[in-house]
Design a protein around this ligand. Sequence first.
Ligand SMILES: *Cc1c(COP(=O)(O)O)cnc(C)c1O
Length: 229
Amino acid sequence: MTDVAASWRAVLDRVRAAETRAGRPSGSVEVVAVSKLQTPEAIRAAYAAGARAFGENYAQELRDKSEALSDLPGLRWHAIGPLQTNKARYVARSAHVFHALDRLEVARELSRRRTGAPLDVYVEVNVAGEGTKSGVVPAALAPLLDAVRPLPGLRVVGLMTMPPLAPVEEVRPFFRALAALGREHGLAGLSMGSTHDFETAIDVGATVVRVGTAIFGERGAPAPRLRAP
Ligand SMILES: *Cc1c(COP(=O)(O)O)cnc(C)c1O
């Protein structure tokens, strides 16, 4: 069993060290603890150690966990996985932040369903132009931003990317490309970097890193839904 509290502190130390190396203020990078396929007990352990932002990929799992853990004050849910329109209501209801917007129809549905505080949204960019990947290609970013920015209930705060699976020294250009797009479109938020490359992402300007395995240990295969809809 992973000692979640110790792993959380070790990741936080590495994040703070990477900030310092990059000449960035301590605490300028937010760490989202990616808890997909991990148990509510593991999330409670990370919360007890100080984690407040948790990342989930699957809409129903997010809904179930946000209900099971609704007693934890200040916990913020980050929906980080690709989303289908017919599941947008779960994210609109349970998430504070959505990192994987890449289609206008999903944005419209989130906007229609959202009540209360606006949902902070990152637009996912497929910077490498890989055919199989989610995310908009860079050329489609400007029209999507123009269409999404006026929608009520959503606040576009930044860009997100998942670089190709490659050795860590090869991902830097993809992070650089996302940072350049952020500057071009006036977006300060950059959600990039996970377990094997978050230090590189911080060096290039990530404002949010999404770290799962280094905090919680290996995940199992995607589980069946925790509960029927
Ligand atoms: C699972 C996941 C992560 C975390 O990956 P690790 O390698 O476990 O740190 C980050 N971002 C997204 C979009 C994910 O799906």
